[in-house]
Design a binder for this molecule. Structure first.
Ligand SMILES: Nc1ncnc2c1ncn2[C@@H]1O[C@H](COP(=O)(O)OP(=O)(O)OP(=O)(O)O)[C@@H](O)[C@H]1O
Ligand SMILES: [Mg+2]
Length: 476
């Protein structure tokens, strides 16, 4: 599964924050806990000091009730938060608060300790001192005990606040870090948008490195290097195609000429005549492919339409329709032409592209349906679209149909007659006019078309390459 860098950064930030918060929260809680313990011990010392001295001076059994009263008054006065106990082997010197019977005091060490009682959720904090015997009084253990519940309540309240603040902080940091990461990664997105716009074979396409941060600069520079090398390779391939096509034309023309000569000579047997005719047909096809390849190579090399003239597209479309009419009559399909645009174009190139589109429609439209040709102006472009009702085309094919020799289903497409060059030529004609080709398949209607730039400056200024372009136009 692909993960986004923004998400990864967010997770890293969140993990880091959780670790830091866990450590700092544990530290804060522990330090608060020890402060509270200190407080309790100070409280115990203070309470202890209130009574210990007094008890240690009491040695008479008859006056022991004074100690009892004093302890009772003190306990009452302090709201029963503190218990004072005196434990002795002689039961009449035993004095006890409410905790006296809940705890086993025998094992308690001298000094501070904590005692858990099964009915209480919080421990008792206890200070124990053994007082030496005096007079009738034997040795006694004086115990001060405080309930830690209020202290633990403070600690719990603090812990709850910590957890709440930490969670709120975590959510805030996660959200902020996600947006910041996305913001920080904007140059990457821009770079990928630029890279997405790169099309194979287009010349002088480079990524714009100037606005990129240091981290991406070297990547983009290397990528531009790759593009440069790819452009060189592409040009070599294109010129190789053009050269092969060019070199094949002469021998093909010779072969066609000789075969025609052979056919025209009297005395050849019927069998030989049939063979020569079939060869002539195949040679004609080969010559047409070679011419198409040559035309496409020149268009790809950046040649523009030069024999421009002002025309009414509607009129020109009707002329092309007449030319392809027989294919439409066969399937009882009629053609509707909508709209008109006056525009400067190379008429021959336009006829060729439109004828290819109409021929395709005649083949793929449902019998008895109608094919629509829409002519309109959209901004700086003339828009020509041919639509027919037919089988839907899968999106993965749509994007590749304008490639040379690409057909959706070769077996069903009479590959000996149709080579898959028609749409590539449509695209080439669009390119030569500064436009582009497009294909759509929506709601059972397939639309193929192309745009032509109106008064494109680069078209006008390219009359200079007229001589080179003639090769391509002659090849039509
Ligand atoms: N109107 C259409 N409806 C459905 N599919 C189409 C339509 N036009 C073109 N296609 C598909 O696009 C493929 C390529 O078309 P293209 O015109 O380039 O080649 P072709 O018609 O097979 O051969 P050629 O045009 O060289 O005779 C076709 O083989 C066909 O699968
Ligand atoms: Mg075709």
């Amino acid at each position: 599964m692909k993960t986004s860098i923004s998400l990864r950064l967010t997770c890293l930030f969140a993990t880091l924050l959780i670790v830091i918060m866990l450590i700092s929260n544990c530290f804060l809680r522990t330090s608060l806990f020890s402060s509270l313990e200190n407080l309790m011990q100070k409280e115990l010392i203070f309470r202890h000091s209130l009574m210990a001295k007094y008890i240690s001076t009491q040695g008479s059994a008859s006056h022991w009730s004074n100690v009892k009263d004093k302890i009772a008054t003190l306990t009452e006065h302090e709201g029963r938060k503190v218990d004072y106990l005196v434990l002795s082997k002689d039961r009449k010197f035993n004095l006890g608060g409410e905790v006296a019977d809940k705890i086993n005091y025998d094992g308690l060490p001298e000094g501070f300790s904590t005692v858990h009682h099964q009915n209480e959720s919080y421990p008792l904090y206890i200070l124990v001192e053994t007082l030496k015997p005096l007079g009738e009084r034997p040795e006694v253990k004086f115990i001060v005990a405080i309930k830690s519940k209020p202290y633990y309540a403070t600690l719990n309240e603090f812990t709850r606040s910590l957890v709440f603040i930490s969670l709120a902080g975590l959510i805030l940091v996660v959200m902020l870090s996600y947006f910041l990461a996305r913001y920080g990664l904007r140059p990457v997105r821009k770079l990928s948008e630029q890279a997405n716009c790169l099309a194979p074979g287009k010349q002088f396409q480079r990524l714009d490195c100037d606005t990129l941060p240091d981290e991406l600069y070297s990547l983009a520079v290397s990528f531009n290097g790759v593009l440069e090398r790819q452009e060189v390779a592409w040009k070599q391939l294109e010129s190789f195609n053009a050269n092969v096509a060019h070199e094949l034309r002469t021998p093909l023309t010779n072969l066609i000429g000789q075969t025609q000569l052979g056919l025209s000579r009297p005395g050849a047997s019927d069998e030989l005549g049939e063979l020569l005719e079939s060869n002539l047909e195949e040679l004609g096809r080969m010559a047409s492919i070679v011419n198409d390849m040559l035309f496409l190579s020149h268009a790809q090399a950046g040649q523009h339409a030069v024999e421009l003239s002002q025309v009414s597209l509607r009129e020109e479309t009707h002329k092309t329709c007449e030319y392809v009419e027989p294919s439409f009559l066969e399937k009882n399909i009629n053609i509707d032409v909508i709209g008109d645009v006056q525009v400067m174009i190379d008429k021959r190139l336009f006829h060729r592209a439109l004828a290819n589109l109409l021929e395709n429609s005649a083949r793929y439209a449902l019998a008895g349906s109608s094919v629509g040709v829409e002519l309109s102006q959209q901004g700086n472009f003339t828009y020509i679209a041919v639509s027919n009702v037919g089988e839907p085309i899968e999106p993965q094919h749509l994007s590749r149909l304008f490639e040379r020799f690409y057909r959706v289903d070769e077996a069903r497409n009479l590959s000996s007659v149709h080579h898959g060059l028609g749409l590539a030529i449509v695209k080439a004609v669009a390119l030569m006019h500064g436009g582009e080709a497009f294909a759509r398949s929506e709601n059972g209607v397939n639309t193929f078309g192309f745009t032509l730039r109106i008064n494109a400056p680069d078209i006008a200024s390219n009359r200079a390459i007229l001589s080179a372009s003639r090769v391509s136009v002659e090849a039509l």
